[in-house]
Design a protein around this ligand. Structure first.
Ligand SMILES: Nc1ncnc2c1ncn2[C@@H]1O[C@H](COP(=O)(O)OP(=O)(O)OP(=O)(O)O)[C@@H](O)[C@H]1O
Ligand SMILES: [Mg+2]
Length: 453
């Protein structure tokens, strides 16, 4: 992306030389400003901090080197290039000591200056990209704070620290919406790999052929449509972390190939010949019962052993209800305008604590957001009004008032699908889960009776 124009300041008492350069180098990308004395240069730096400075070493009212601190104070990233009619080792050394990035001897060719200026521009672009990147990382790192230490999460917090201090594979298990992805991110940004990328792939979201191309990358012409070569996620995660979400949904063939990569750390792009060495940390997550997935051969046992070095089981929200008040505060503080509203009553928190949260923290966040969106002005927030209706069917005699979790889940899902008029997308939103998760949980009859929009 091209940003705003850069400024080139030419400080030289040879005004003809300056004018000539200005008419040659001015462009949409580059404003050229002239100064013929130190005093003019100082003024110019204050008015419009330069990005690149072409600086004559001998000026009528002082030395060019003496200007460097002023230039760098105006823009610490400014690229200073010295120009001198008396090239000598001492002069070059003085220039470098003063903070110059380059040095030309006069008289110099226009082409030479053009080349130096374009090199400086490239350097500035690179630096800008880098600082954007590091700012993006900082924001990402800040958004990985885990809320709720009181209940079951304190265990997780301890394991996150442990995992961050090591480089072993991590396997995250837990129901949908419990925060597995967030925990994986939190580990990455607390680990020594935080400068590398956190690369994540949802194995349930892509067909086999695409997962392969995504993971391994491909060379130009490897298949129809591969008009340019592309690096894969293994390569992108170099010195970082590769997070494979819904690992149980990865096609078995690819599970085998993943295992090989984890063993020899070599990756060959699709259609490529050379294998590259890669250095990444693997983390994986699944919201299905891993033991069952292994016994049903959906997850290869050998891969499972490879991944299951450090296991973090993130508890469902209904088993750490004490975290609810802190989570509510956390999510509400992220919604503009809500804190100004009348506070939520204690009875509301009680109702939220009593709910079973099949969609876990994601469902809680969604309910709060919906309540905030549909709130009447001046009235306190009532998130409990957005919870699905309580079960009201006759209770089985043998266990009065008690339902198994499976029954509760099935019932909640049925209510949500009915409430959404059979529309799965809407029902999934209500439940705070993805459509694919919802679809997996439906019986074949329910699936047939529903539609996705
Ligand atoms: N401890 C927590 N503190 C604050 N926010 C959390 C916490 N745990 C989860 N969340 C938030 O809840 C939402 C769901 O979390 P996340 O996507 O990590 O769940 P998940 O277990 O990966 O779900 P799925 O199995 O569906 O992929 C996210 O918006 C996440 O930021
Ligand atoms: Mg996830």
């Amino acid at each position: 992306m091209k940003g705003v124009a850069r400024t080139l300041l030419i400080v030289d008492d040879d005004t003809l030389f300056g004018e000539a350069l200005r008419s040659e180098l001015s462009s949409d990308e580059l404003d050229v400003v002239l100064a013929s004395t130190c005093a003019e240069a100082v003024r110019s730096c204050h008015e419009c901090p330069p990005d690149i400075v072409l600086l004559d070493q001998r000026l009528p009212d002082g030395s060019g080197a003496a200007l460097c601190p002023t230039i760098l104070a105006a823009n610490e990233r400014a690229k200073i290039v010295f120009a001198t009619a008396l090239p000598s080792f001492e002069n070059a050394l003085e220039a470098v000591r003063a903070g110059a990035v380059d040095y030309v001897s006069k008289p110099c060719e226009l082409e030479q200056i053009r080349m130096i200026v374009s090199r400086c521009l490239r350097l500035l672009d690179l630096e800008r990209a880098e600082s954007r990147e590091s700012r993006r990382r900082e924001t990402e790192a800040r958004t990985t704070s885990l809320v709720g230490e009181e209940g079951g999460l304190s265990d997780v917090a301890r394991l996150v620290e442990l995992a961050a201090g090591s480089d072993v594979p991590v396997l995250l298990t837990g129901e949908t919406g419990t925060g597995k992805s967030l925990v994986a991110r939190a580990i990455h940004y607390r680990s020594s790999r935080r400068q590398g990328e956190f690369v994540s792939l949802n194995c349930a979201a892509l067909p086999e052929s695409l997962i392969e191309a995504e993971l391994f990358g491909y060379e130009k012409g490897a298949f129809t449509g591969a008009s340019a070569s592309r690096e894969g996620l293994f390569e992108l995660a170099e010195r970082g972390t590769l997070f494979l979400d819904e690992i149980g949904d990865m096609p078995p063939v690819l599970q085998g190939r993943l295992l090989t990569v984890l063993e020899d750390r070599l990756v060959r792009r699709v259609g490529g010949r050379a294998a590259r060495r890669v250095d990444f940390r693997i983390m994986a997550a699944t919201n299905v019962d891993v033991t069952q997935a292994v016994s049903e051969h959906r997850l290869r046992q050998d891969l499972f052993y490879r991944l299951d070095v450090l296991r973090i089981d993130v508890l469902p929200l209904r088993r750490r209800r004490d975290d609810i008040p802190a989570l509510v505060r956390h999510f509400l503080s992220g919604i503009p305008g809500v804190l100004a509203a009348p506070p939520m009553g204690e009875d509301e928190i009680g109702r939220l604590k009593a709910h079973d949260w099949p969609g876990n923290i994601r469902e809680l966040r969604n309910v709060l957001e919906r309540a905030a969106l549909l709130r009447r002005p001046g009235e306190p927030l009532r998130p409990s009004a957005f919870l699905p209706a309580e079960a009201s069917r006759p209770e089985p005699e043998s266990r009065p008032g008690v339902f198994t979790l499976v029954e509760v889940e099935a019932r909640t899902i049925r209510d949500a699908v009915a409430g959404a008029g059979g529309n799965l997308t809407r029902a999934a939103q209500l439940l705070g889960v993805s459509v694919s998760t919802l679809r997996r949980k439906l019986t074949p009859e329910e699936r047939r009776a529903s539609r996705s929009n």
